[in-house]
Design a binder for this molecule. Structure first.
Ligand code: OKP
Ligand code: ZN
Length: 345
């Protein structure tokens, strides 16, 4: 399988994040992708390619232009105001407060365009996230071509980023950008299967009222797990999108049998939908050794996931890297999925 690698991922390098009132070393670090790159090379999985620049237009198909403009200039604004270190929001427009007027204050816009204080915005966050979207588009091209499948190695992840907000370590929603680009290239039915430990609230929200992108996710129950405010089983889509969103929340600590049973329920819905392209939001923070998540998958289960996705037999499959924070194990876990897929296809 070919990989598209976002070489600029290292531009997004947070040192710390807020956790329980304290600054702790960041979990979403450049070494994550470095370990995956090394594991891909060691396994000789296939050619590793660089993205080309297709500009902002494909990002603007799913993100508000005002949000993207804000992201591009945010770090410079933070520095100009005397902000030290990485930028964090401190105030949010919750219930009763207005979101229809963009304030002049940078602190206020930081809150308007974000969902949590756990996502440090650094000097190179925009560059890394922008090129992650470009890498996703390049991966899509490969998957839509003769190869029929590709893997995109990028960070920061994307699935928590909404049309106009960042959060959960995410700034640009790579899966949404790729799905929309696939439709713009002429496809009519795209599915996104999100196997990251966390619910992809951004991806779900972007396509919630649409039937041309089916979003299906299995994840830690939002009653106790991030992102807390979305990802319940009763979220089935709305309007023309009713029935085109499927969530399988699972209790933290659940067994691998329960996880695979939930996967089967989602695959049954996906088979019924019969997508022309399956995008896999591939988070491997479902790993038993993950420091911030609570599922128990290990190498054999990751390989089994890959084989199962091959057996599913979507005409085209695009894997996009999302989470996974057991830094040294991520590479082997990702390779297990991709090799499992190749062995089964
Ligand atoms: C991003 B992705 C842990 C705080 C967790 C957000 C987790 C985002 C996960 N100290 N904060 O879905 O892997
Ligand atoms: Zn995650």
């Amino acid at each position: 399988m070919k990989t598209v690698y976002n070489e600029r991922h290292g531009q997004h390098a947070a040192t710390h994040e807020f956790f329980r009132g304290r600054l702790v070393p960041a979990f979403e670090v450049p070494a994550r992708a470095d370990y995956v790159l090394k594991a891909l090379q060691d396994a000789r999985l296939g050619e590793i390619l660089s993205p080309v620049d297709r500009g902002l237009a494909p990002l603007e198909r799913v993100h508000a232009p005002a949000y993207l403009r804000f992201l591009q200039g945010a770090f410079a604004e933070w520095r100009a105001l005397g902000g030290e270190g990485d930028a964090f929001p401190a105030v949010w427009p919750v219930r009763t407060l207005r979101t229809d007027v963009e304030p002049k204050s940078f602190a206020a816009r930081m809150g308007l365009y974000s969902m949590d204080s756990g996502t440090p915005l650094t000097a190179g966050s925009w560059d890394a996230a922008y090129w992650g979207a470009q890498a996703s588009l390049a991966g899509l091209d490969i998957a839509l071509g003769e190869e029929k499948t590709a893997y995109v190695l990028t960070r920061p992840p994307g699935h928590h980023a909404g049309a106009d907000f960042f959060g959960g370590y995410c700034f640009v929603n790579n899966a949404a950008v790729a799905a929309q680009a696939a439709l713009d290239a002429g496809l009519q039915k795209v599915a996104i299967l999100d196997v990251d430990y966390h619910h992809g609230n951004g991806t779900q929200a972007i396509f919630y009222e649409r039937a041309d992108v089916l979003y299906a996710s299995l994840h830690g129950d939002p009653q106790t797990e991030y992102p807390f405010f979305l990802g319940h089983a009763d979220e089935r889509g709305a309007g023309t999108g009713l029935g085109f969103n499927a969530n399988e929340p699972l209790p933290a600590g659940c067994s691998n049998e329960a996880w695979f049973a939930a996967l089967e329920r989602l695959l049954a819905r996906l088979a019924d939908y019969a997508p022309e392209l399956l995008i896999v939001s591939l988070g491997v923070d479902t790993y038993g050794g993950d420091p911030i998540s609570h599922f128990k998958l290990d190498r054999p289960e990751f390989a089994a996931l890959g084989r199962r996705l091959a057996a599913f037999g979507a005409p085209r499959t695009l894997f996009l890297q999302e989470g996974g924070y057991a830094t040294e194990a991520i590479g082997l876990n990702v390779v297990a999925v991709l090799q499992g897929f190749e062995s089964g296809s």
